[in-house]
Design a protein around this ligand. Structure first.
Ligand code: NAX
Ligand code: ADP
Ligand code: K
Length: 504
């Protein structure tokens, strides 16, 4: 699905109101009903206790007032706090009139802020996507007060003080919500590590925004879920044979890091490749042949490092990097590969570090290569980022300059493309923050590129299936107990889900 800017969200509201011939107040009622439904499914009136609803002067505050009314009608105990302002939006005013007189309401005063019980449930409806500058004055004081009280804050649409799609100054006051209930679509701000402490968990609830508007909205930002990938993974042909599904070559491992080669190899085999050859230093031969008998071993003359590039003719894609180290002879292998390869390349780990250390090498990178750096590796390829938004700019610029695809790994891994799109992955869990998870991804990607999938589809499917396999694995192992090899065990089921979701 698309990720919209705050400005586009306003346009989506307007288009919905126009097309569905409803009032803006009716759309607000939908949003408030969706939010309240989410909350009531999780907290009974007894569990919730006193609910404090903090409302700002715009439509986010209007949502808050409607939520307060709906909760009150459902027998929750509600108190409303209003931010003083010069003007209030029309829908705010309408909902203020609709709030039953029996709901207590207080205008906030920075000099006499209400005492907040430790377990109080707070609804943050101060500001939403209409935020135009960092919070100051009473609003800033209220946010600081609530953050200090460590209340259980549930934000409506977005935590107050946070911009939906741009950074705010480091010292700007922002509400620290435990949950942020977003409307219809995720926001860019939700996906960036620097905002995690503000956004908390972020369920998204549908509010029936115009599907026509969403379909045609110009956005280069996407959130990749299963529906988005429907139809991208080709079904295996009834008469397919191992020659149909490509021959991958993995260049991986060095003494002490043969495990990286094994993890990538096993993941590659579990991602549908027809044939796999693994090139490791000679010290990897026995373990590779024993632990991955399905793969062909093509050992390097050197015992500890990769030192020679094999003949590339038989292969339909090459993956290089997991565990290779940065020996000079290995750098020569990479250089020769970049010069000679006529087939898709996947680069990871030390292949990226070698690239980052030598601009001459980077200049050799063939178009349509897929790179899979984690943020540190990406920094070595580019430059240190000021913040997460700047890192995305660097990602776009790098992909454009080199005509390549980059999976910037993280909790919401982000795929950058040469044409400027950014695709955020929706799957995966913190259990995958364990050595070797990235090697698994390299194996998956190399398998998909070897099967002739275009770089965009290969990268999207690999990111998603890798995370999904990690989620399925974590159901068995728990997050703490998850090791990279567990991800590989569930790649098959993850791919199966992506094919069976397709009908006809
Ligand atoms: N499609 C959707 O997502 C829908 C959104 N709705 C709600 O509408 C909200 C957006 O409403 P608005 O556009 O009225 O925006 P806000 O409610 O965020 O408030 C904007 C108002 O606050 C003022 N303001 C902005 N920054 C300020 C600051 N730092 N200090 C003081 N005042 C400031 C603005 O001048 C404006 O008057 C959404 O976040 C959501 O809660 C729903 O009501 C309807 C559907
Ligand atoms: N908190 C997280 N949530 C989701 N996925 C994660 C999380 N932490 C790590 N991952 C995934 O695990 C992989 C880790 O890769 P990497 O850092 O290269 O590990 P390694 O070098 O040990 O193989 C990436 O694909 C990343 O997206
Ligand atoms: K809010």
């Amino acid at each position: 699905m698309k990720i919209l800017t705050a400005a586009q969200t306003r346009q989506a509201d307007a288009a919905t109101i126009r097309e569905q011939t409803i009032t803006s107040e009716a759309l607000m009622e939908r949003a408030a009903t969706a939010f309240t439904g989410w909350l009531m499914a999780r907290q009974t009136p007894a569990e919730a206790g006193e609910i404090l609803v903090f409302c700002g002067p715009g439509n986010n505050g209007g949502d808050g007032l409607a939520v307060a009314r709906l909760l009150h009608q459902a027998a929750y105990h509600v108190q409303v706090y209003l931010l003083p302002a010069d003007r209030y939006s029309p829908d705010f005013q309408a909902n203020q009139r609709s709030l039953p007189a029996t709901v207590p309401r207080t205008t906030l005063d920075a000099a006499a802020l209400p005492t907040i019980a430790v377990d109080a449930l707070v609804i943050d409806a101060l500001f939403g996507t209409g935020l135009s500058r960092p919070l100051a004055g009473v609003a800033a004081a209220v946010v600081a007060h609530l953050n200090q009280a460590r209340a259980r804050v549930v934000a409506i649409d977005i935590p107050s003080g946070l911009f939906a799609d741009a950074p705010q100054p480091a010292d700007a006051p922002v509400m620290r919500a435990r949950h942020t209930v977003g409307f219809e679509l995720p926001k860019l701000a939700f996906l960036l590590p620097q905002n995690a402490a503000f956004v908390g968990q972020w369920p998204v609830v549908p509010i029936g925004l115009s599907s026509q508007f969403l379909a045609q909205a110009a956005s280069k930002l996407y959130f990749v879920d299963a529906a988005f990938l429907a139809g991208r993974l080709p079904r295996r042909a009834t008469f397919g044979h191992k020659g149909t599904y490509g021959h991958a070559l993995l260049l991986a491992g060095s003494r002490g890091k043969i495990g990286a080669a094994l993890l990538a190899a096993q993941a590659c085999l579990r991602s549908g490749v027809g044939l796999l050859t693994v090139r490791t230093p000679a010290c990897g031969y026995d373990v590779l042949q024993t632990a991955a008998p399905e793969a062909m071993a093509l050992t390097d003359p050197s015992s500890d490092y990769l030192s020679e590039l094999p003949d590339l003719k038989p292969y339909s894609a090459v993956g290089i990097g997991p565990g290779i180290g940065q020996a000079e002879s290995t750098k020569q292998v990479l250089t020769q590969l970049l010069r000679e390869a006529q087939v898709p390349l996947v680069l990871d780990a030390d292949a990226l570090n070698l690239l980052g250390a030598d601009p001459g090498l980077l200049a050799l990178l063939p178009a349509d290569s897929v790179l899979t750096p984690h943020p540190r590796e990406f920094e070595r390829l580019t430059s240190p980022a000021r913040d997460d938004y700047h890192r995305l700019e660097l990602l776009r610029a790098f992909c454009h300059a080199h005509g390549c695809y980059v999976v910037l790994k993280g909790a919401y891994s982000c795929l950058g493309t040469p044409t400027g799109e950014l695709y955020f992955n929706s799957t995966g869990n913190p259990g995958m923050a364990t050595g070797g998870s990235g090697d698994v991804l390299t194996g998956v990607l190399t398998a998909l590129r070897a099967q002739q999938l275009p770089p965009l589809d290969a990268a999207l499917l690999a990111m998603y299936a890798h995370g999904r396999a990690g989620d399925l694995a974590a159901r068995n192992t728990g997050q703490a107990g998850l090791v990279a090899g567990d991800i590989t065990q569930f790649l098959g089921p993850a791919f199966e889900e992506l094919t069976t979701s397709k009908t006809f």
